[in-house]
Ligand binder design. Structure first.
Ligand code: NAD
Ligand code: DAU
Length: 345
C-alpha cells in the first residue's frame, strides 16, 4: 500500500486524512479525486500542496464517472482506494435526496468496479454509525447487528455498504469498512451542528437546537477517526467492518452549552426549534473490535470540543468566506421559519 486514491479528499474528514497520512507515511503518495461540490473546498488542502509537493496530486472529478476514476487509477498507479466521497448532511438528504442516492450508492459501485478491474490491494469504505439507525438506551451497536437506516442519507450509506460486502463475497475484492461516529475538528463545513453553533455564537446569532436537544451523539475528534481508518487499512481483516468512536455519548443541549461556555456567551442564544423529521435520538457503538487492533481514542469530548472552538476562533479566514456565500441561502431555507417559531432554552 503506497499509492492511495482518496475520494472526497477536499471535504472535512478527507482533507484531515490526507494530511495525517502524508505526515505519518513518508513513502506514501496520495491522489485526491473530488467533484468539489458545495462541501468540497481546496482551501482545506492549501497547506498540503505546499508541504508535500509531488507526493500529492489533485484531480477534479465525479466518482460516478468510471472513465475519470479509471484514468486516475492508471495514471497514478493506485493500489488502494479510500472512499470518503459522499453527500453527507442528513437535513439536505430530507429536502434534496437525489444526489445522495447517486453519489453515495452509484458512486460507490463505480469505485468498486474499478477496484475489481484493476485488482487493487484494498478498497476502504468510510461509513457511519447512522447505518444502525436509532439505538435504544442501554444498548451499543455491534458490527454484526442488522443495518436499520432511517434517513435518506443513512439509507444511501447502508446501500453502499451492502454493495461493498457484495463485492467482497462475489468478486473477492479486499474491502474494509469503518463506521464512524460524529466527527468534529478543523475544516468542517458549518452546516453541521458543532461548527454551526460555534460560528453562530461567535457572531452572537441564535443556536437552533432541534426539538428538546436531548438527542445523543458520540462526538469524536477528526484525527482520532483518521487514525482509526489508518488502523483498519493496515491491520484490518478484508471483508470486515469496524465501529469507530469514543463510546461516550453527549446530549446536544450539553454540547451547545459547553460551546457557549467556552466562548463566554450567554445560554439565551439557544433556541429550541422544530425538530428534524425522523430524527434518530441516539447513536452508540461498541468499539472493542477496533480497539482489539490497537486503536485508541486520544481526545475526550471536552478536549475535542476545545480544540475545535480554538480552530474556528483562529481561522475566520476559512469559515467567513463560506458563511458569506451560497450558505446564506441554505441557512435561510433551513432555519428562517424554524427560528420565527422558536423558544429560548
Ligand atoms: P464532507 O461533506 O465534508 O465532504 C464530502 C466530500 O466529497 C466533498 O469534498 C465533496 O466535494 C466530495 N464529493 C461529493 N460528491 C462527490 C462525487 N460525486 N464525486 C467526487 N467527490 C464528491 O463530508 P465529511 O463529513 O468529510 O464525510 C466524509 C465521509 O465520512 C462521508 O462518506 C461520510 O458519510 C463519512 N462520515 C462522516 C462523519 C461526520 O461526522 N462528518 C462521520 C462518519 C462518517
Ligand atoms: O453519526 C455520524 C454522522 O454524523 C455522519 O455520518 C454524518 O455525515 C454527519 O453529518 C453527522 O450526522 P448528524 O445528523 O448526527 O450531524 P449534524 O451535525 O447534522 O447533527 C448533530 C445533532 O445535532 C443531531 O442530533 C441533530 C442536531 N442538530 C443539528 C443541526 C444541523 C441541531 O440540533 N440543530 C442543527 O441546526
Amino acid at each position: 500500500m503506497r499509492n492511495l486514491l482518496v475520494t472526497g479528499g477536499a471535504g472535512f474528514i478527507g482533507s484531515n486524512f490526507v494530511r495525517f497520512m502524508l505526515e505519518r507515511h513518508p513513502d506514501y503518495r496520495i491522489v485526491v479525486l473530488d467533484k468539489l461540490t458545495y462541501a468540497g473546498n481546496l482551501d482545506n488542502l492549501k497547506d498540503v500542496e505546499e508541504r508535500f509537493g509531488d507526493r500529492y496530486a489533485f484531480v477534479r472529478g465525479d466518482i460516478c464517472d468510471a472513465k475519470v476514476v479509471e484514468e486516475a487509477i492508471h495514471k497514478h498507479d493506485v493500489d488502494t482506494i479510500v472512499n470518503f466521497a459522499a453527500e453527507t448532511h442528513v437535513d439536505r438528504s430530507i429536502t434534496e435526496p437525489d444526489a445522495f442516492i447517486r453519489t453515495d450508492v452509484y458512486g460507490t459501485y463505480v469505485l468498486l468496479e474499478a477496484a475489481r478491474k484493476f485488482g487493487l490491494e484494498r478498497y476502504h469504505q468510510v461509513s457511519t454509525d447512522e447505518v444502525y439507525g436509532d439505538i435504544p438506551e442501554g444498548y451499543r451497536s455491534k458490527e454484526d447487528d442488522p443495518l436499520r437506516p432511517r434517513s435518506p442519507y443513512s439509507a444511501s450509506k447502508a446501500g453502499a455498504e451492502h454493495l461493498v460486502h457484495a463485492y467482497f463475497t462475489t468478486h473477492g475484492v479486499p474491502i474494509t469498512i469503518t463506521r464512524g461516529s460524529n466527527n468534529i475538528g478543523p475544516y468542517q463545513y458549518p452546516e453541521k451542528v458543532v461548527p454551526l453553533f460555534i460560528t453562530n455564537a461567535i457572531d452572537d446569532e441564535p443556536l437552533p437546537l432541534y426539538g428538546d436537544g436531548m438527542q445523543k451523539r458520540d462526538y469524536q475528534y477528526v484525527l482520532d477517526h483518521c487514525e482509526g481508518i489508518e488502523t483498519a487499512l493496515l491491520k484490518g481483516k478484508p471483508g470486515e467492518a469496524y465501529n469507530l468512536g469514543t463510546g461516550v455519548e453527549t446530549p446536544n443541549i450539553v454540547m451547545a452549552k459547553k460551546i457557549l461556555d467556552l466562548l463566554g456567551k450567554p445560554e439565551s442564544l439557544i433556541r429550541h426549534v422544530k425538530d428534524r423529521p425522523g430524527h434518530d435520538r441516539r447513536y452508540a457503538m461498541d468499539v472493542s473490535k477496533i480497539e482489539g487492533l490497537g486503536w485508541r481514542s486520544h481526545h475526550s469530548f471536552d478536549e475535542a470540543l476545545e480544540a475545535t472552538v480554538r480552530w474556528y476562533l483562529e481561522n475566520e479566514w476559512w469559515w467567513r468566506k463560506i458563511k458569506g456565500g451560497a450558505f446564506k441561502e441554505y441557512y435561510r431555507r433551513q432555519y428562517a421559519e424554524r427560528l420565527r417559531g422558536s423558544g429560548q432554552a
